[in-house]
Design a protein around this ligand. Sequence first.
Ligand code: F0G
Length: 402
Amino acid sequence: MRLRCFDPACAATLDLHAPALECPRCGGLLEVDVEAPSYAASALKQLWSERRRSRDPRDISGVWRYREFLPAYPANQIVTLGEGNTPLVRGHKTAAFAGVSDLQFKHLGWNPTGCFKDLGMTVGMTEAVHTGAKIVACASTGNTAASLAAYAARAGLIGRVYLPAGQVSLNKLAQALDFGAEVVEIEGSFDDALNILLEKTSEGIYFLNSINPFRIEGQKTTMFELMDQLDWKAPDYLVVPGGNLGNSAAFGKAFDELLRFGLIDRVPRMIVVQAAGANPFAQLWRDGADELSPVAEPETIATAIRIGNPRSWKKSLRGVRNTGGQVLDVTDEEIAEAKAVIGRDGIGCEPASAATLAGLRKLRAGNVVPENASVVAILTGHALKDTNFIIRAHQREEAHAH
Ligand code: F0G
């Protein structure tokens, strides 16, 4: 395996473990170039199925179980908390709310730190250990910070997280502190925090935001596990929230590999949903633009996706286009309403995750998605990630009732 520039016009290649954050030739995004596996698709499926009965920590992890599609490391370097293995939960009230008959949620909030970030962090942190890093860092709206802090603690590395001051849910901040990370508060947005951190990469800090291609590799396995759970039959639609666009980028890469190496024979249409106040990708899609115009002051109650300048938009766009999907945005009111319905299904999630249900409802209302379509929505964060939001919503409800 090698690193490769994502821009096909450049396609420069680098050593897999080269310490680069961008293409040295053109400045583009990097990705891991996965080679054809040495097993046939049916043999791989059988192998992955058998690993579910194994006690090897790599087989227990829902990420490393699929390691034929990941960079290889010595077993003792792998930093894992048993991430993945998240269930598919059928929506009832949520399905009626959206107006579809077949809705399932893949709840990535039921990961070790309550968020999908763990799936990428296990690979990113393992690579950090492999390269001999001592300090790992990220900018974050909260969840990446919590996940980095946990995995850094496991690996015995110093974790440092750059957070937009006053704009991160206290539950997430508390996690980062609990896991012993150094917290740096930045006046400004997530985008400002990321810019400040990127200026520091020369200082021997290993960088773990999702432009790190190893994070993307781990997050990619969500789609391997999902297809495995669906007996390798893709649903009609996959709905995912979009912030910095690393997760949808990872899913797009997964579909490409799953299809190319014969593990599935069709892909779901990938729908990316942004918050209306932080919607540069939805704007690009609506306008048919070639370049992303960042939103200078992103604003949404879904603080996890309060991002104005998503770094991985080109990768995400390729995934949306290749799957015949689309991008849209939903208002904060729509997010709050959808979140409450997810709660009433006994599932729960944080606000950013509820953008999926709100987006699905909107597409169904516009007759873009048919009533009988099979839909999987990705819930990215646990309900307990933002308890303040829930309490305030219910206080408002009570105030209205009286
Ligand atoms: N949902 C949740 C709960 C998130 O925390 C994030 C991103 C997203 C969705 C969007 O995913 O960025 O891959 O498009 N959170 C990052 C963080 C930015 O710092 O925790 P994306």
